[in-house]
Every structure is written in structure tokens, then in C-alpha cells.
Design a protein around this ligand. Structure first.
Ligand SMILES: Cc1cc2nc3c(=O)[nH]c(=O)nc-3n(C[C@H](O)[C@H](O)[C@H](O)COP(=O)(O)OP(=O)(O)OC[C@H]3O[C@@H](n4cnc5c(N)ncnc54)[C@H](O)[C@@H]3O)c2cc1C
Length: 455
């Protein structure tokens, strides 16, 4: 059955951080807004659930210096910030399963390998500085950088086998994909959008430095409280029609809403599944066809206490053996319970997903046991979120530009199409793919709509 509703000024599609911020900013400017969300909860990639009375983040959770907009939003909403636990030694598991402790950001890899990796990192940093994050397709070397994958660059630049293997694992940890899937230009753009490679990789001084009390999901739910009845849950948008006077948005159950403008704040693969009438310009549609998400399974594993701290460990681990790419101590601020989060990313995520739930659990706990000792294999809670299986996300952490996409189609990246505006972490030239990027994109889209309303 189809329902026709009276019009609003603006419809925002997707109640992730970008859509929530956009809708709230528009509402504050006096616009009548409707926020359509496909799921039965807000937050999108900052999803959360209650485990033992504490909210745990199943998606994005860390923030760091330079991410000014999420810090400002947290302050405005009264959400406290606290540092990620870092005291103690980090752990590296080698490919052969040897577990070594290390301090700081340089794992024990052997001097030649370490030098090789350090040289590659500094080259990446230098190359990233040549990219303009507002228009990455425009630089003098853009075509050459975009004509190769990160893997082909690693093969050419990194001399030692150990160095190459380490960088493959680093790529999985950072982008949740294999380096062969990623345009070198996209990797450089992403680094530039974050400020530097250290900003991407580091905990202290980098994007993993801080956490939000009550989780990133808590920020989303507080924003949602402000928006109240403007949010429509269980409302997957399937069609957007625009003409000279406005837009008509149709939801799966046939309900239609009218507005003057629409902001699409969903991940690119989900935007590609919406039927647009008239169809999107060919180049814009072509770009949406080319932006797959990374592959992430996140595990949130609870213990009666953060026992690794007593053993002098920080809870941070990298594994070259896998399937875990990395772990981080994600215990609640109170330290009352211990929580480790573990990420299985890229090809190992695709492989692990083919196994039974019991097999996946055993594999994960074996892996944690090797990294942190037998206690790690006997948790009190175990939560798995496979982001690739999520119908309204279809992967994480963010969409990835393969070779050619930036230079052939980049000019359609953020440009509005008539009354259709784009938001989301994938539309931000600052902190692309991060929570902060999502916040910035929501603010920018609200400002763009307000400007369009003046004409
Ligand atoms: C496991 C994981 C770990 C991460 N770690 C970090 C981190 O530590 N720090 C960090 O900064 N970032 C991190 N990220 C990335 C960060 O979470 C995202 O970049 C950010 O939350 C994206 O917000 P968004 O609003 O752009 O998109 P989303 O959060 O994806 O929101 C889009 C919304 O649109 C809805 N939707 C989709 N299709 C439709 C439709 N047709 N109709 C209506 N609604 C629809 C979805 O349900 C969703 O709610 C992580 C992400 C994941 C998954």
C-alpha cells in the first residue's frame, strides 16, 4: 500500500553519523527535516550493543588529534573523552607464530626489514604530501599514481620479503583490504586526508588516541534524541525522483515523502542500489559502481578483568600469522571488566566467513590465546560483527577507490546532482572514512542545502 505524506523541506537518507549531524544542523537552521533510516537503530557504522550493562561499539570507536569536529560534537553533547589504554608492551606474532613483545610503534622485525619498512613509510608520507585532498585527481602525478595498486608499489619499493609481508598486514589493518585492491593514489589521498601516516597508524598522537565515554554509538543516540520524531526507522529508501520543483522519496513499503532537497548519506554501494529518476549522470553512476567497501569482521571479547595489563601488556597486538590483523584494549573506562577488540580484515575476513560460527569462534580464541596467553581463550562474552554481511553497510571501514576511479571519475565525487546532495564519511576530504569525516560531511551537506535553498 502506498502512503502520501505532506512535504518537508529536506529529506536526509541514512542515520549514521553523517546523516544525524546533517539533519540536526538543518533542523537547527529552522528547516523541517525527515531522516529515513533503513535499520531499526541509528548509528550505522557506529553501531553499539549492551554487554553486561556497558555499551560496546561494534563499529567505529577511536578518535584522535585533528579530528576537531567529532571532539566539538562530543563536547556539545556532554560526552566525555578518555584515552585509549596504552601502558605496557605491544605484541607481534610472526608468520611462524612466534610472539614478541615490543614498545612504541616499531615492532621487532629484524634490522633490515625494519629499515626497509621505515623507508617505505617515509616514502609513502612524502608522496602523500604531493596530493591535494580536495581534488586528488588533479595533481601532476595523479594519473601515474592512480594507474597502479598499493601492491605494485610495495613490490617495486620494498626490498625484503619480511617488509613486503608486514606492509600487506598493515594495509589490512588500515584499509581492511589487500594492497592489490587499492589504488596507490587512494592510499596517498587517505593519508593526506588524515594529515600524515603517523596520524593514521598511531595511538598516542594519532587516530586511535581517545575514546568516547559510552561509545561512539552513544554520540549517535544522543543526536537521535534531539531529532526525535524526525527520524523514521525501518525505512529503507528505494527510489528518489526529482523534478524542477522538488524530490519524491519512496521507501520499501511504498510510503512516499516529498521535499525540496534530499541528502544521501549512505555508503557508496548502498547509494548505487537506490533507483534514481531521472537516472544519475553516467559518470556519477559509474563512480558508484566502482567503490566497493573493505572487508571487516570485528570481535568484542569480554573478560572479568583486563588480565593482560597485569602481565605488562597493553592489549595491542599485530599478527602476521592471522587471521587476526590487530587487537586493541577496549575495556570500559572504569576498568571494571576487560575487553579486547580484534579485527579480521581483507582476505582473512572473506576466508573466515566461509567457516561455521563454532569454527570461527575457536579460531579466534586460539589466535587470542597465542597473543595473550590461555586466559584470553576463555572469555565471559564474545560478540562477532561481520560488517560485510550487513545489508545496509556491505563492508567496512570505508569504500575503497581501485586504480583509475579517482582520475577518471573523481570530479563527480561530491558534486550535487540537481536537488540531490551527498554526505557520508566517503565524501570528506578531511578524515575520509573516519567518524570525524562523517561529521564534517554532514555539516558540509547541511550548509550546501541551505545555500541551495537561497536560490
Ligand atoms: C568495525 C569498524 C571500525 C571502525 N573504526 C573506526 C574508528 O575507530 N574510528 C573512526 O573514526 N572510524 C572508524 N570506522 C569508520 C566509521 O565508523 C565510519 O566512517 C562512519 O561511522 C561512517 O558514518 P556515515 O554516516 O558516513 O555512514 P554509515 O555509518 O554507514 O551510515 C549510513 C546509514 O545509512 C543507512 N542506510 C543505508 N542504505 C539506506 C537506504 N537505502 N535507506 C535508508 N537508510 C539507509 C544505514 O543503515 C546507516 O545507518 C570504523 C568502522 C567499522 C565498521
Amino acid at each position: 500500500m502506498s502512503h502520501h505524506n505532506p512535504g518537508v523541506d529536506v529529506i536526509v537518507i541514512g542515520a549514521g553519523m553523517a546523516g544525524l549531524v546533517c539533519a540536526e544542523r538543518l533542523r537547527r537552521r529552522g528547516y523541517d527535516v525527515l531522516l529515513a533510516e533503513a535499520r531499526d537503530q541509528v548509528g550505522g557504522r557506529t553501531a553499539g550493543i549492551e554487554v553486561d550493562g556497558e555499551t560496546v561499539d561494534l563499529g567505529g570507536q577511536f578518535i584522535g588529534p585533528g579530528q576537531d569536529r567529532i571532539y566539538a560534537l562530543a563536547a556539545e553533547l556532554g560526552v566525555a573523552i578518555f584515552p585509549t589504554h596504552t601502558a605496557g608492551a605491544n605484541v607481534l606474532e610472526t608468520e611462524t607464530g612466534r610472539v614478541r613483545r615490543f614498545r612504541g610503534m616499531a615492532p621487532k622485525l629484524g634490522p633490515l626489514t625494519l629499515l626497509d619498512v621505515a623507508r617505505a613509510q617515509s616514502r609513502l608520507g612524502r608522496l602523500a604530501r604531493t596530493v591535494d585532498a580536495e581534488t586528488p585527481w588533479c595533481g601532476p602525478n595523479a594519473a601515474a599514481l592512480d594507474g597502479q595498486t598499493l601492491q605494485s608499489w610495495i613490490d617495486r619499493t620494498v626490498k625484503t620479503q619480511g617488509g613486503r609481508r608486514f606492509l600487506v598486514c598493515a594495509c589490512r589493518a588500515i584499509w581492511a583490504c589487500e594492497p592489490s585492491e587499492l589504488s596507490l593514489l587512494h592510499a596517498l589521498f587517505y593519508i593526506k586526508a588524515a594529515g600524515s601516516l603517523a596520524a593514521v597508524t598511531d595511538v598516542e598522537g594519532g587516530a586511535q588516541q581517545d575514546r568516547l565515554d559510552g561509545g561512539a554509538y552513544g554520540v549517535a543516540t544522543r543526536l537521535a534524541e534531539r531529532l526525535g520524531a524526525a527520524i523514521r526507522l525501518n525505512a529503507p529508501v528505494q527510489r528518489i525522483e526529482q523534478n524542477d520543483s522538488g524530490v519524491v522519496v519512496t521507501v520499501k513499503d511504498g510510503t512516499t515523502w516529498h521535499a525540496r532537497h534530499v541528502v544521501v548519506a549512505v555508503p557508496p554501494p548502498l547509494a548505487a542500489r537506490i533507483a534514481f529518476h531521472p537516472p544519475l549522470p553516467a559518470a556519477r553512476d559509474n563512480l558508484l559502481q566502482r567503490l566497493p567497501m573493505g572487508n571487516v569482521i570485528k570481535y568484542v571479547v569480554g573478560y572479568p578483568a583486563p588480565f593482560w595489563r597485569q602481565a605488562g601488556l597493553s592489549g595491542a597486538a599485530l599478527s602476521l600469522r592471522g587471521p587476526i590483523a590487530l587487537t586493541v584494549d577496549s575495556s570500559p573506562r572504569s576498568g571494571r571488566r576487560g575487553v579486547l577488540i580484534a579485527f579480521v580484515n581483507g582476505t582473512p575476513a572473506r576466508d573466515l566467513a566461509t567457516r561455521s560460527p563454532e569454527d570461527r569462534r575457536t579460531t579466534l580464541l586460539d589466535s587470542l590465546g597465542r597473543l595473550f596467553g590461555p586466559q584470553a581463550a576463555t572469555p565471559v562474552s564474545f560478540v562477532e560483527r561481520n560488517w560485510n554481511e550487513e545489508a545496509f553497510t556491505r563492508g567496512a571501514y570505508s569504500a575503497l577507490f581501485p586504480p583509475g576511479a579517482w582520475t577518471q571519475l573523481g570530479s563527480t565525487w561530491r558534486a550535487p546532482v540537481g536537488r540531490i546532495h551527498w554526505a557520508g564519511a566517503e565524501t570528506s576530504p578531511r578524515w575520509y572514512g573516519y567518524i570525524d569525516g562523517a561529521v564534517r560531511s554532514g555539516e558540509a551537506a547541511a550548509d550546501a542545502v541551505a545555500r541551495a535553498e537561497l536560490h
